[in-house]
Design a protein around this ligand. Sequence first.
Ligand code: CA
Ligand code: CA
Ligand code: CA
Length: 264
Amino acid sequence: MSSRFVCAMLLLCAAPVTAQDFTFVCSDFEFQVDSTIDQLEFTLPVHIWGPGAPMVDSQGFSMGLAHDPTALNVLAVDFALPFTPDFFQEFLHVGGWSAGTIYAFLGGVFVTFPDPVAVLDVTYETVPGYLTGATQVLELTFDELGVPPVENVVVVAGAGSFAALDHGSVTFGPGSFQRGDLNADTVVDISDAVAALSVLFIPETDPPICMKSADVNDDSNFDVSDAVFLLSSLFVFGAPDIPEPTICGVDPTDDVLPCAEGCL
Ligand SMILES: [Ca+2]
Ligand SMILES: [Ca+2]
Ligand SMILES: [Ca+2]
């Protein structure tokens, strides 16, 4: 083990001071999966937030985040700040990860966090067989992992400052969406038909954020028939109703149409 590594680890494991100027933030994430998806790989950002005044310069940090090992494996923890630190080390555990960084051994590189800043990108995969298509919620909890345990601290003036911990979660499930609401404004109207026709016929138009919403006739595909179905349901007396869910709900028929963001 290099002397540089030992010095860095001693600094990360130094007795922390108590000021809570910083918060480690893991948000609540949601992934829409149906019964056709049996394994998922995804990357989540972890943020640090330190909005106090005066703004405190940080020189590094260490943190750890635990998860249920029967549900997730951690594949990678990557440094996400826009520079290459002098020291960065990640540790992948069964049931969690920890990581530590010193931006610059000789000083001169400081980071403040007036807004939540993504400091790490963490890649996970679900354990085979975990996903069932039903809604499942996993807690992601900041913890002191490893031997010796890695503290959740931000390095300030050469000492560790305990961070406040804002834990997160990951929800897997079929997700909810509103069929026909292509433009995601919670109302199904003629503007959604315009959105459908634009996606179909105007080059470089961004697709709907939830393709399930665009599959108006629920035939597991998005094409011009969906725009026609939508217009008919709105303006032709006696035309078939739009299939469920016409208010925020789950798809009663499995398909592989992506839905990056549904409704609440
Ligand atoms: Ca709409
Ligand atoms: Ca369709
Ligand atoms: Ca469907």
